[in-house]
Each structure stands twice: as structure tokens, then as C-alpha cells.
Write a protein that binds this ligand. Sequence first.
Ligand code: PLP
Length: 473
Amino acid sequence: MRRFIGKSTKFLGGNGRCFSQLAAHAQQHQNDLSIPRMPAFDYSPPPYTGPSAAEILQKRKEFLSPAMFYFYNDPIHVVDGKMQYLFDENGRRYLDGFGGIATVNCGHCHPDVVQAITNQIQKIQHSTILYLNHAITDFAEALASKFPGDLKVLFFTNSGTEANELAMMLARLYTGCHDIISLRNGYHGNAASTMGVTGQSCWKFNVVQTGVHHALNPDPYRGPFGSDGEKYAKDVQDLIDFGTTGHVAGFISEAIQGVGGIVELATGYLPAVYRIIRNAGGVCIADEVQAGFARTGSHFWSFEGQGVVPDIVTMAKGIGNGIPLGAVVTTPEIAKVLTRRNYYNTYGGNPVCTAAGLAVLKVLEKEKLQQNAHVVGSYLKDRLLALKDKHELIGDVRGKGFLLGVELVTDRKEKTPAKAETLHVMNQMKEMGVLVGKGGYHGNVFRITPPLCFTKDDADFLADVMDYTMSKM
Ligand SMILES: Cc1ncc(COP(=O)(O)O)c(C=O)c1O
């Protein structure tokens, strides 16, 4: 591989759009069989007549937060979506390997989900949970059936942040303690408590964040103890012994870190930590916002992969296929603490959102999407592992189902993050019609989290495009 030192040169293609040299090369060699071809798809969006990408960008700069950022040198302007594909303003089709950040589980604009939303919105869009409506109870009953043990009382929220804030408040009220232990490199949201437990400086502002202890991350690739989960768990006991009163409110973590760069917690970590936390009087919170809802394929919830049963589980993203919806599930005993005061959320459990949530559960089952995530996700992971054998740039391939990570390094021994190369490959893949996400503390991990309807042909196309792009570096 040639050492990559800068951005790709660009030129204007025939239709006025910007293409990279790589895409242009691919266009000029239409008959070259080595150039990956996108699988056929039977849908063309209607012509787009709205404002241009340039106009939107200009208005974004003028009217929206200056903190908003975007992917790609030329940000993609998405105007239409169907299942695992997105379309830009020129009708160009992209394979969506990111799924709106692991959110669009059933596929973009899945007809059953759209129909459920439409039916509900035509009846009653919103009243208040102070009145009765069956949409919320239908969904709560169906969702509760997906959990093990005594996890059967649901609270609905509008986002993952809200769900985690509520979960931590429940833990604090139930135990009478304040201290919460979370993991370095984890992400849990952007409000007061959730920013506190988040373990990456780039997502933390300089505001008061109390009662949080960040434990050593059980990261099999970069951590000091490799894949030995029990060794990392000892750090949690140390934090309790040396940093708290000896009692804690709880522990919160993902089982596979999403924003952190698809880091699968070392085997045996969660069972050991859950034991330690419960001995210190705390409760265990599983953040399933990104990894839940069948995405990992082998299980419906990612914590099941570690063989534990949490006391509280939080979810969002995939729960509504893109509708703003989050939830917390817990036991009747823990749930009771909220009866001490009034607790209320205007939109939480809104009929339109919960009707969508129920439709999502039905689609996951009807279309066997968990099984698809397992079978096609494993196939895609094997393809990516084969790319690791071929390209020195790939330091690690990890994850499960459709929650996969590809970490790029410039030096395999030193594990030096290949930040510029990651951006370059990501831009080039987009030019060739494939969208993937990116994460990890250094921004050098591809996050591959497509809609769960992704096919084997899609997996081949994604891997072929990554291979082609890296081969041209
Ligand atoms: C694991 C995890 N928890 C919580 C959140 C916060 O969710 P939201 O952005 O819906 O507030 C995210 C968002 O990316 C997440 O990945």
C-alpha cells in the first residue's frame, strides 16, 4: 500500500456533480469486471424538485447550530429512501451501510411501518397519557414479551438520552446512592447525567458531572488484558473500594460500544461486573440504544451475548425505525420508586410513535430480520476479515450481526490510528455508492450498521468497494 498523505483530487463529472478520480476511473472502465457493481433494485424515486444541496448547506450555516457537523467532503443530500438504499437529489442510489446510525432496522420507509403510522395519525395523533389509548398498551405488552426475568414495566421516552437519564434516576432513587460506574469509551447521551457517564472527552462539555467513575474499558483490541473480561472487572471493585462509600447506585454500559467504535466487551466481563455491583448494593443498567432490537443477530438484545440479566434496560434508535421513540424497562419493584412524586413525559408513549414501535416488532418477526442479521452479518464479517488479510491498513475487524467495525491503523504493531486514511476510504466508498459510518475515539473505525434487510449481494458489494478503494491507495 502506498502511504496515503492527503485528500483525493477532484474534478467535475459530465453532469456537473463532483466525482473523485476513483469513481471517474470506475466510470471510464465500465467493462472492467473488477469494478464492483451495485446489486439491482426495483425502485426509482420521483424526480426531486426541492432546493439544491448548496442552498441547504448555506441555510444550515446561517440558521442552524454551528456545532452541527457532517460526513464527507461533499455532504450527501438525501431526498428519498427505500429499504437498504438512499437516493440523492439527482436520483443516484447509495447502499446504506449506516442505517441512520443503527436506527433504520426494518429498512427505509418500510411499507408496514409507514402504514401503521399513517393509520394511527389519521385516527388520533396526540392527546395525553392522562387519557386512555390502546396504542401504548399494545406496544408495551409486545415489547415486555421480549425481555427475560422480571423486566416487564415500561416507561416511554423520546430519545436514548432521555431513556438513560431516567434509568440512572431510577437506580439512584431505588438504592439511595448517587455513585454510578460506567466505562471509558462508552457513549450514553448528551444531557447532564448521560454526559457524565459518557467516557470520551470529545462528547463532554465543561459542565458539572458528579458521582461518576469511569472504569477501564474491557477492549479486547486495545485494552491491557486482551479478551480476559474478569481481569478488567477487578477495576470496578477497585473503584468501589477506593472511590466511593462502598455502596453504589449502579453500573451502566453497552455490551458492544457503538459510538466508541464497535468495541465488544471482553468475554466474561459483564457477569463479573454485575456480581460486583450487586454486592455493593447497586443495580445494573444495559444500554441497548444502539445494539438492541435484533441488530447483533445472535440475540435480540446484545447483553444476552454475555449471558446476563440486567435490572434496567434502555433502548431507542431501532425501536422506532426512525420515529423519535425511546424506552426504559425495569422490574415492578424498581419501577415503584417513581410513585414517590409525579413523573410525566408529554410525548413519551405518543400513539403515533408506539404504533410505529409495534409495527417494527411485527416486521422484525415477519421478515426474520434477526436471523438475517446473523446470517448475512456473519458472512459480511468473514468478507471483512479476508480484507484484513489482504490490506495492512486494517488492524481489526469486530462486532456481531449488523453491528460491525473495521479499525484502520498505519502500523499494526503500534496500532497507530489511521485517521486520514479512514476519511479518504470513506469518501471514496461514497463516490462508489456505499455509505458507512465512522467512530471510535480517534475516528478511525468504520461502523457498519445497515438496515437489517441488507442482503448477501449488498454485503458483497460493500466489501468489494472497500477492497477496490483500498487497493487503489
Ligand atoms: C449507546 C447509546 N446510548 C445513548 C445514545 C443517545 O441516544 P439519543 O441520541 O437518541 O439521545 C446513543 C446515541 O448514539 C447511543 O449510541
